[in-house]
Design a binder for this molecule. Structure first.
Ligand code: AMP
Ligand code: SF4
Length: 469
């Protein structure tokens, strides 16, 4: 029941730029570099100092902005968003940025994360007379801000943000200001950059590289940044707590060329492979990785073990990530269409197949079968992250225990279910070693879905029924 009402979810990307005459176009390019974070909808809102203008739609960034005349989105500031819709929530209303207009001015919001107490807050807002237009938890912040009656935007935002519990990276645009906020644990990634005199903000630094912007710094957990024509101002809406950046960002979600909290994603994945080879060696002829997210770990495993790395699987570049398919049925179809084994490499060989993670187990089972059908003599599966045994409440597609294979079966049972000759996961210590590289920076990570230790908890967290992003 819970699985039905909650839907399968999600990962989003946010982008913003202040002080550039081509703000909308640059946001469009920035969203391209974040496309892997959500393929179901995209949108851009600009400000010219007087008015906020919106263009959004369902589908890929390219589809939404096909033959689009960017003159329609004039302005020196813009925010953008890519999203993945929940089941039953694929309406244009929930595509972000959300734009609200009122007599005192407009406000546009783009969000990545999950507000765990949105359900309660919605109830309180509705009881106080607010009419919410979407099923998105993002709208809650807009109403909290409008309701608190404070004239000064920064105090109003601090007050509204301090009521939220969960994981959130917000970019908010008003006619004359942009506001950026990250939750007190920094569960989701968010960085600030510069493009000449302009300020840029993005979920991943790959969005800076695509437009030639330079990374400046991470947004700090609990920080509220305001950008206006007078410059940039930082304040806190909450005390910074120990950082708990989502470890799955390193394992799977983020692009290898992105740096998250000063750690390059490819380099961390390679170290995951190295740790995995130390923890779970096995005799074999070749090491191969599932493209694209497992290639770095496979290279690390091969380097550490001395077993050659080979391209044993080819990805069809024109099919979206399995992750993005909302239903199990579509997911299964997607896997079939997405990957092909390289017979000439795996035939007659003992293959070590590295995958970044196992969630439901469908992908792994299909790939093992594919490799065996292509003639692999043995397939040893090595997973570059610990077993996922717990749901995620912070905006990632792992909603219930029932759908997590490792929450329901033992290691041996999973090995049998996926048809592998052996199976091993990286330990949580190994994962932490691979990610945390610098003692001088708080590089603490969340590994709740693997360890059951949740950095942020909220009573009633299982009751989440609204759309998160
Ligand atoms: P499956 O075990 O069939 O659910 O698919 C797991 C594969 O999907 C992994 O190898 C990852 O590449 C990718 N993945 C990682 N995290 C998720 C997630 N939260 N939801 C869906 N797929 C994911
Ligand atoms: Fe990321 Fe897992 Fe933590 Fe969710 S529970 S934020 S997926 S590490």
């Amino acid at each position: 029941m819970l699985a039905e009402i909650r839907g399968l979810n999600e990962e989003c990307g946010v982008f913003g730029i202040w002080g550039h005459e081509k703000a909308a176009e640059l946001t469009y390019y920035g969203l391209h570099a974040l496309q892997h974070r959500g393929q179901e909808g995209a949108g851009v809102v600009t400000s010219d100092g007087h008015e906020l203008k919106l263009h959004k739609g369902q589908g890929l960034v390219n589809d939404v902005f096909k033959r689009f005349d960017f003159q329609k989105l004039s302005g020196h500031a813009a925010i953008g968003h890519v999203r993945y819709a929940t089941q039953g929530e694929r309406t244009i209303d929930n595509v972000q940025p959300l734009l609200f207009r009122s007599q005192t001015g407009g406000m546009a919001l783009a969000h990545n994360g999950n507000i765990m107490n949105a359900y309660e807050l919605r109830g309180e807002l509705e009881a106080a007379g607010s009419i919410l237009q979407t099923s998105s938890d993002t709208e809650v912040l807009a109403h909290l801000l409008k309701r608190n009656g404070k004239m000064d935007v920064i105090s109003g935002l601090k007050d509204a943000l301090s009521k939220l519990i969960g994981a959130y990276a917000f970019v908010l645009l008003m006619e004359n200001s942009m506001h950026i906020a990250l939750d007190p644990r920094g569960l989701r990634p968010l960085s600030i950059g510069r493009l000449g005199e302009s300020y840029v903000v993005a979920s991943e630094t790959s969005a800076f590289d695509i437009i030639g912007a330079k990374f400046e710094r991470e947004v700090l957990p609990g920080e509220l940044i305001t950008i206006t024509d007078s410059g940039i101002e930082s304040t806190r809406f909450a005390m910074q707590e120990k950082r708990a950046l989502c470890a799955m960002e390193y394992v799977y979600f983020s692009r290898p060329d992105s740096n998250l909290n000063h750690v390059n994603v490819h380099a961390s994945r390679k170290r995951m492979g190295i740790e995995l080879a130390k923890e779970a060696p096995v005799e074999a002829d070749v090491v191969t990785g599932v493209p694209d997210s497992s290639i770095s770990a496979a290279i690390g495993y091969a380097e550490q073990s001395g077993i050659p790395y080979e391209i044993g699987l080819i990805k069809n570049r024109y099919i979206g990530r399995t992750f993005i398919q909302p239903s199990q049925e579509l997911r299964e179809q997607g896997v079939k269409m997405k990957l092909s084994p390289v017979r000439g490499i795996v035939e007659g060989k003992r293959v070590i197949m590295i995958d970044d993670s196992i969630v439901r187990g469908t992908t792994c089972r299909r790939i093992v079968r594919m490799l065996k059908e292509a003639g692999a003599k043995e397939v040893h599966v090595r997973i570059a992250s610990p077993a996922i045994t717990n749901p995620c409440y912070y905006g990632i597609d792992m909603s219930t225990k029932e759908e997590l294979i490792a929450a329901n079966y033992s290691l041996d049972e999973i090995c049998e279910l996926i048809g592998a000759d052996s199976l091993a996961y990286l330990s949580s210590e190994g994962l932490e070693t691979a990610i945390v590289s610098d003692d001088t920076i708080d590089q603490g990570v969340c590994m709740a879905c693997m360890t059951g230790i949740y950095p942020v908890t909220e009573q009633g967290q299982l009751e989440v029924t609204y759309t998160k992003c």
